[in-house]
Design a protein around this ligand. Structure first.
Ligand code: B12
Length: 292
């Protein structure tokens, strides 16, 4: 049997990450010695090492936590690891400022990035990767919920201000932006709205989490050419797919439906062959804007 400090040495994980995974995901169910100390079996050490390797390759702990050791090894053997995503020169500094709770420094640096980089570049190489790393660090127990909220609040506010500074409306096309009812993840749709506003489209942001009936009503009243929805990676992706299908029906004859979300989300397969347009990256979205 191994103590937690031995497990740390063997897996490269730190003890707070190990305790956080146990508390949040129940992995692994560990025995205790008479004095309450955790005691890990050889299999559990191997399991934690495999989980650590997969997380290091960019997989979400929440996706891995339900897998058995053979399933994890299978995923690694098949090379299902995600490629590390490109990071901007702003990346490490933004994460470090957040770690130090320097909210003013974080705001200043992100504001510089928004001022100096093209909209598509800032959302694709700065905001997206930073938000996802915040998620990973939160899962590892390295950042707190309040630090994620702080980063989200600053990012949201800067994107709202930046998008509002573009004149818009010159292309004669109007798009409305929102997320599905119950989905509070707002940064993806704000990024899409920012790119669209900066591309001189008439872009109307409705805020997140709207019932389908409200989205359809807004599309009609605004005479929108398209409704743009962002679906964050979700615990209930099939429900989101059904909601997208219902919304598609409701918008028939009124507006086109464009949906953005992570590549592994089942919506991409579900809408293939329909006239719903699906995106997983902002650069592809921007190219489509100019083509559409
Ligand atoms: C910030 C955050 C929150 C904040 C959101 C605040 C806000 N105002 O936005 C809060 C605290 C509210 C939150 C809540 C929850 N969250 Co959350 N959250 C995140 C976090 C850390 C960042 C999300 C983000 O802003 N990403 C930035 C965007 C730009 O990146 P992206 O979503 O990956 O988008 C990419 C593509 O999908 C695509 N894209 C996305 N949208 C669009 C739109 C268009 C038009 C286009 C072209 C492209 C596109 O482009 C991007 C670049 O490739 C993620 C971690 C992560 N890995 O993303 C978790 C994450 C999304 N959350 C998660 C979860 C589970 C939740 C909760 C259920 C937690 C809980 N138990 O309460 C709740 C759900 C709340 C709800 N009802 O919606 C999970 C989902 C995992 C899963 N598979 O189920 C994640 C992945 C964290 C994790 N690994 O566990 N969350």
């Amino acid at each position: 049997m191994y103590s937690i400090s031995a497990v740390c040495r063997l897996t490269g994980l730190n003890s707070s990450t190990i305790r956080t995974w146990e508390r949040r995901y129940g992995i692994p169910e560990v025995a205790r010695a008479g004095n309450g100390r955790r005691l890990y079996t050889e299999d559990q050490v191997q399991y934690l090492k495999a989980v650590a390797d997969l997380v290091a390759q960019g997989h979400a702990i929440s996706d891995i936590a339900g897998l058995t050791l053979p399933q994890i090894q299978d995923a690694m053997a098949k090379g299902e690891a995600r490629e590390a995503e490109p990071r901007s020169p702003y990346h490490e500094r933004l994460i470090e400022l957040l770690r130090r709770n320097d909210v003013i420094g974080f705001r200043r640096l992100l504001s510089d990035a928004i001022a100096f980089l093209a909209p598509c570049e800032v959302v694709g190489t700065v905001i997206g990767p930073v938000m996802r790393e915040i998620g990973v660090r939160w899962e590892r127990g390295e950042l707190s919920i309040f630090q994620e909220h702080m980063a989200t609040a600053v990012t949201r506010q800067l994107l709202l201000t930046a998008a509002g500074s573009w004149r818009g409306a010159q292309s004669g096309r109007r798009l409305v932006f929102t997320t599905l009812e119950g989905d509070q993840h707002e940064i993806g749709i704000l990024c899409a709205w920012y790119i669209t506003s900066a591309s001189n489209f008439d872009a109307v942001y409705l805020g997140p989490s709207l019932p389908n009936a409200e989205i359809a009503q807004a599309a009609k009243l605004f005479k929108a050419d398209a409704v743009v929805i962002s679906v964050a990676s979700s615990e209930r992706p099939q429900q989101q797919v059904k909601a997208i299908e219902r919304l598609h029906k409701m918008l028939k004859g009124t507006a086109a439906l464009w949906v953005g979300g992570p590549m592994h989300h089942p919506l991409h397969q579900a809408v293939a062959g329909t006239d719903v347009v699906a995106f997983d990256r902002f650069d592809g979205f921007q190219r489509y804007l100019f083509r559409a």
